[in-house]
Write a protein of this length. Sequence first.
Length: 168
Amino acid sequence: MRFSESSNQGMISASVMFVSAVLILNSINVFAQEPMIGAQNGVTWRSLVIGTEAETVTRKTFYVDGLYNMSVFWSQHASLNADAVNYNDAFMGLNVGEIRNGLDSFYANDKNLQVPIVDAILIVRLQNAQIRKSRVDEIVQELRRATINGINPESENKIWKSALPLLR
């Protein structure tokens, strides 16, 4: 049995529509999987590894720089109430390279993958400030517990409030 020319065109059109629908659904799915800012964690950090080592370093550097700029923006333009934590404090005294390398080291441990990046930067800051290792390890444990079932902003805020005075 031969298909007529119009039948072939109909099959081609249906195939094109199907492939287009699959591509659109896949692109929506990719964007839906990207966690919101603040929820980005070690999985996000590890996904920045692309291409050559130089490309990965560049991408991570730009990522950290963007986080810093966002932190500055929030501290300047958001009204901080008495209960709010100033995330900008985690960046003070660190350069982009120290943060990038510290995050690489922190997320090398699979147990830390669910800890949000902004919280990991606090850990990097504590480590670079030479806070007692056992105290930093306690804070890491608290952050792991606070994020085991997803982000718990209240718990994270309490952890930050207990950690920031160590830096002063």
